[in-house]
Design a protein around this ligand. Structure first.
Ligand SMILES: [Zn+2]
Length: 367
């Protein structure tokens, strides 16, 4: 009973007087008390849990990336300006295009584009295509939006005052393959016109000629039957909707996850504080031989530590699941983008001015 214990009511230490002190007397050695060690271990495990937990912090932000490629707009076609516009042909885009083209008559062609034109004529038309100027025309950029929201007018063939010429939108110039595709498209208009199919537009003969050029390798594109295009487009649209829903759901879950993270972190900090205090009380009780925390306090702290460990483990599992879903989502976006790219190449066979077919961009996933 003389042993000071942290859980016992403290009694003043017995200090024998020198009178009754036996020669070999030594102050009684307190029994080793393991509680500080246990609490210290608990503190370490909380700290370890907390740091391990901190390590996950960067996870979601790192993996949920924007994917700008998903926003690729599909722009299948270009505009033809009729030589003799009819009275009802007064859409804003046509009016604006006519205005621009009338100012471009007699302008010299761009040397690079004309060289490309000549090469195509030589290789695919036995050099029989009429020489027509091919120009970059910056103002084509204002025509697209007049046709449809987000539409890009990439190229334009026209014939005015018996002078034919081709205008290309400089925004496509960084993409050589696209430039080549658009040029081939406009060349087919020129070819149709030169052989007397003056009102062919994007009709079957136009399509057949474009297909011939493509099969001959004049430009990069994927020949596809209408049914194939339609089914790919349907898949893209439904996948786009699914991805948007998943993206929204992931976004919605983020705050909740952040909240759990904050809660677990602050509980870990609390617990560490409590453990520090307990340890201080224990060590001062040991040095003063009493007055430490009760068994009940110690076991409550240990219970709290165990509950915290469980919460941290639950959070880890939740976070791992969330990250796995983000990975799946990103993989699906990659596949979606490849399909959009394929579709873009398929409709590089312009079916004519068909803004109804333009697929609208999917909102990219936000971090
Ligand atoms: Zn066209």
């Amino acid at each position: 009973m003389g042993t000071p214990g942290i859980n016992k009511p403290f009694s003043p230490p017995r200090r024998p007087s020198s009178a009754d002190l036996p020669a070999n007397w030594r102050p009684p050695r307190p029994r080793r008390d393991w509680t500080p060690t246990l609490v210290f271990l608990a503190a370490i495990s909380v700290l370890v849990g907390w740091w391990r937990f901190k390590g996950f912090d960067a996870g979601p932000a790192r993996t949920l990336k924007n994917n700008s490629a998903a926003s690729a707009r599909i722009n299948p076609s270009s505009l033809i300006i009729p030589q003799a516009p009819s009275a009802e042909d007064s859409s804003p885009s046509t009016v604006r295009a006519r205005e621009i083209t009338s100012q471009d008559i007699d302008k010299p062609g761009d040397p690079y584009l004309e060289d490309e034109y000549r090469k195509i004529s030589e290789q695919y038309y036995g050099n029989k295509l009429p020489n027509v100027p091919v120009l970059w025309e910056d103002r084509l950029q204002v025509i697209g939006p007049l046709i449809a929201d987000g539409f890009i007018e990439k190229g334009l063939w026209t014939s005015q005052d018996n002078k034919e010429f081709i205008l290309l939108n400089p925004s496509i110039s960084p993409d050589a393959a696209d430039t080549r595709r658009v040029l081939c498209h406009e060349i087919v208009h020129e070819y149709m016109y030169s052989i007397g199919n003056k009102n062919e537009g994007h009709g079957p003969r136009f399509q057949a000629e474009l297909l011939r050029l493509s099969r001959a390798g004049a430009f990069e594109g994927i020949p596809a039957a209408d049914g194939e295009k339609a089914s790919l487009k349907a898949w893209i649209e439904s996948e786009s909707a699914r991805l948007e829903q998943e993206s929204r759901q992931l976004e919605n879950e983020k705050p909740e996850l952040e909240q759990s993270r904050t809660a677990v972190e602050s509980e870990a900090a609390d617990l560490n504080q409590q453990v520090r205090e307990l340890n201080e009380r224990i060590s001062s009780a040991n040095s003063q031989q009493g007055g430490g925390p009760s068994d009940a306090e110690i076991s409550a702290a240990n219970a709290r530590r165990r509950a915290h460990a469980q919460k941290a483990a639950d959070f880890d599992a939740h976070l791992a699941d969330f990250n796995a879903r983000i990975q799946n989502y990103n993989a699906a976006v990659g596949e979606f983008n490849r399909a959009v790219g394929r579709y873009n190449l398929m409709i590089a066979y312009p079916d004519g001015l068909d803004e109804e077919n333009a697929l609208h961009p999917k909102a990219p996933a936000q971090q």
